[in-house]
Design a protein around this ligand. Structure first.
Ligand code: FEO
Ligand code: CA
Ligand code: CA
Ligand code: CA
Length: 740
């Protein structure tokens, strides 16, 4: 049970499936692993290790990371944030600073393909494969020049690709999508499920500004919807695996659809990378399924570790809507004589980073299994350097899950940035490489531990038999358990600071963090405290934090780290909770989205909160971050109930001030702020407002006065009063660059 929030979506998110006891393996493994990593990785590691000790006590030069990676965006000195902080708000509006405007660009149901009628927003709309999906999430910008050709710089015409993560539910039904709220008992009605299947996935839309006014272009040849039903190709080590064979995919290569797409990344070759996150919740498993699989079948271990115990109910009951494969595939149980006759393996076809080329709507999406199978939030790529591997960072968003890094086998060639067959370039860099998982140490350093059959700890793991790198790609969490990775407070978005190459990863919150036990407070996840909200107590790391990593080179096997920011209420205890000295201008809870502007270098941080929502709706913050080691060591103290005490040392980044960190936007009621992209000139910024009115009860359907939110209808956008997820475009009234 999640004590940190009371949000409806938490029932199927934030799964507690990491029950591994890997902390106990730590002591045994660490000596051997660190020796192996040092031997393997050569000069860069030596440099990074040498800096590890001094950096945390104030290495002003930033060491190797600062001098070898990235470069500051030229357009700003990033001296201070040039806007007045937006106050916390409970209003049902989008608030931005004076001098800025926010306009709705693209909302749930908006027609994008020929044949889709205007959205009525009364639950009677259909054809969602021709309209905007629901729960807009991560998104990326792709410029088009005036003639409609791909461009790296054009700022008034482009393509936005975005994820449609989920729907607002109660008792199985995505109730805002059905006229009467839909069926809330099994079996679900097929006509309702048909809509829900198509409302998930990705949309690609062309957008343009004319005389400063942005709109999307309905009917553009670039427009596309990808849904749970769209054919996709499995790539990387998992392709062809026996664990992917289903009635639909007899070869384990062709798979179907993408689901619960959350955060995003843009590759150095100009494609869109999308993370499949909380897909496990959509599958049902028979209560007797463990017996049917048979004793010692490793599938049982894998299903449990990925959140599907026997008897698990599905989020929507899609499996109940009829005998067709489009429904049956959500039943993850043994039904037929073999895997070729049922969908026992269907869940193994989800959980990947998927790549699409937004410039080529006819190309199938590719699932990049070399980047592992997780609850993928997003992937962010380090700056591509000629002659160096491509490096991507990723978080697995469930309580106590891990942070990962992918390092390509191929080394970057500059010409690949402008290739025409972009997915072929993706094949080159993303289908072969090495996946690593992060282990954080008490002394402010950390290790990237290899997850492959080359690592004897994985290959000889006694708890789960890995037969090949395909198995590692599909059952990644179990490989990470085996090597003793550090259990984090729900890793969400990762972002790379273009000024110095440092990596930021949001850790949104963790109600399972305790003083002792399997998820005991540690240096990198040091907080456990109580917080009150409307008379209810929450415990754990209630408000989340943002960890920050520095490397010598992105491919190095070690890193230095600190905590850039501890999210907190301004009034919380400064010794144990409000460790970053937040004030009313910049306090926040549950950081989630995090993207650096390539134009200005500002770090934009978004919240998906349920803990501080008695005081404020979710928000977008702007930050000018420093570097790893710009703060100090801090010791937190805990008293146990038996009177004994425990202390934990951590490393806190520089205390915050309004000059370098403040609130830019507050969203409408019940909404999360997520997804972020900008035009290359930094003059138009796009942000998604996800699930406004999320706390509405299904019984309110038909009585708009009872909807928690009526946004964006109350902002003058579109028909009906049902709340809709939507993209807003933010511009400066004087046409200038945002935030500076
Ligand atoms: Fe879809 Fe972890 O947020
Ligand atoms: Ca509170
Ligand atoms: Ca998120
Ligand atoms: Ca979240």
């Amino acid at each position: 049970m999640d004590h940190s929030t009371d949000r409806p979506s938490d029932i199927f998110n934030n799964e507690d499936s990491n029950t591994s006891t890997n902390v106990h393996f730590d002591a045994v493994l660490s000596a051997r692993l660190s020796r192996r990593n040092i031997l393997r990785s050569g000069v860069g590691v030596v440099g990074a290790l040498a800096l590890g000790g001094t950096a945390l006590t104030g290495c002003a030069t930033g060491g190797v990371a600062g001098s070898t990676m990235g470069s500051a965006p030229a357009s700003t000195n990033l001296g201070a944030l040039a806007f007045a902080a937006v106050p916390k708000s409970l209003e049902d509006v989008v608030s931005v600073p004076a001098g800025y405007r926010a306009e709705v660009l693209y909302a749930l149901g908006d027609p994008i393909m020929a044949g889709a009628a205007a959205f009525k927003n009364d639950g009677t709309d259909t054809d969602f494969d021709k309209r905007a999906g629901d729960h807009h999430d991560g998104m990326e910008w792709f410029s088009l020049d005036a003639s409609g050709k791909p461009s790296n710089s054009y700022g008034t015409r482009g393509i936005i690709a975005m994820n449609h993560e989920a729907t607002t539910d109660e008792k199985l039904s995505s109730f805002f999508l059905h006229a009467d709220g839909g069926s809330s008992t099994l079996p679900r009605k097929a006509a309702e499920v048909d809509k829900e299947l198509l409302i998930h996935g990705i949309s690609v839309i062309e957008v343009e500004a004319q005389a400063g006014k942005w709109s999307y272009k309905a009917g553009s040849a670039f427009n596309r919807r990808v849904t749970t039903m769209t054919e996709a190709a499995m790539h990387g080590p998992a392709r062809g695996s026996e664990h992917l064979i289903t009635r639909y995919s007899l070869d384990g290569a062709k798979v179907r659809g993408t689901l619960n797409n959350c955060g995003t990344g843009k590759t150095p070759w100009g494609t869109y990378a999308s993370g499949e996150e909380n897909w496990f919740g959509y599958f049902a498993r028979d209560a007797k399924d463990d017996d049917k699989l048979g004793k010692n079948n490793k599938a049982i271990t894998a299903l449990n570790r990925y959140g599907r115990r026997a008897g698990a109910a599905s989020r929507h009951g899609w499996e109940s809507a009829g005998p067709g494969d489009q429904y049956m595939r959500w039943n993850n149980s043994v039904i037929g004589a073999s895997a070729r006759d049922d969908f026992r393996n269907e869940m193994n076809t989800f959980g990947y980073i998927v790549e699409i080329d937004p410039y080529k709507p006819m190309q199938a999406l590719r699932k990049r299994s070399a980047l592992g199978r997780l609850g993928h939030e997003n992937v962010t790529f380090a700056k591509a350097v000629v002659g160096q591997p491509i490096v991507g960072y990723m978080g697995d968003d469930s309580r106590g899950e891990y942070i990962y890094k992918f390092v390509s086998e191929a080394r970057w060639i500059a010409a690949d940035a402008n290739a025409d067959d972009r997915l072929a370039v993706g094949d080159k860099y993303l289908d072969k490489g090495t996946l690593f998982v992060a282990k954080f140490k008490q002394d402010g350093t950390g290790e990237w531990i290899e997850l492959s059959m080359k690592n004897p700890v994985v290959a000889a793991n006694p708890d789960f038999e890995f037969k090949s790198d395909a198995d590692v790609a599909i059952f990644t969490r179990l490989a990470a358990d085996a090597v003793g990775a550090t259990k984090m407070d729900r890793p969400e978005w990762a972002g790379v600071n273009p000024r110095n190459g440092e990596v930021y990863i949001t850790l949104t919150n963790n109600s399972n963090r305790t003083v002792d036990g399997e998820m005991a407070v540690d240096a990198a996840n040091p907080r456990m405290y109580k917080d009150m909200k409307a008379g209810k107590e929450a415990v754990g790391n209630v408000n989340g934090h943002i960890v920050r990593l520095a490397h010598g080179q992105p491919a190095d096997s070690t890193f230095r780290w600190d905590v850039y920011l501890f999210a907190s209420e301004a009034g919380a205890d400064k010794g144990q909770v409000n460790l970053s000295n937040l004030t009313d201008a910049n306090d926040l809870s549950s950081p989630d989205g995090l993207v650096f502007s390539q134009a200005t270098g500002i770090c934009w941080i978004e919240t998906d909160d349920g803990a501080y929502t008695d005081q404020t709706n979710c928000m977008l913050m702007a930050a000018i971050p420093g570097r790893v080691g710009d703060g100090a060591k801090k010791t937190l103290s805990y008293k146990r109930s038996d009177g004994s005490s425990k202390t934990v040392d951590t490393y806190v980044g520089k205390a915050q001030s309004e000059a370098s960190f403040k609130r830019f936007l507050v969203g409408p009621k019940g909404a999360e702020i997520t997804g972020w992209c900008e035009t290359p000139d930094g003059k138009a910024m796009f942000v998604n407002i996800q699930h406004p009115g999320e706390n509405t009860k299904m019984a309110a359907i038909g009585d708009p006065a009872k909807y928690e939110s009526q946004w964006p209808a109350n902002a003058g956008y579109g028909a009906g009063k049902r709340p809709r997820s939507a993209t807003v475009v933010i511009t400066k009234v004087d046409g200038g660059q945002i935030g500076t």
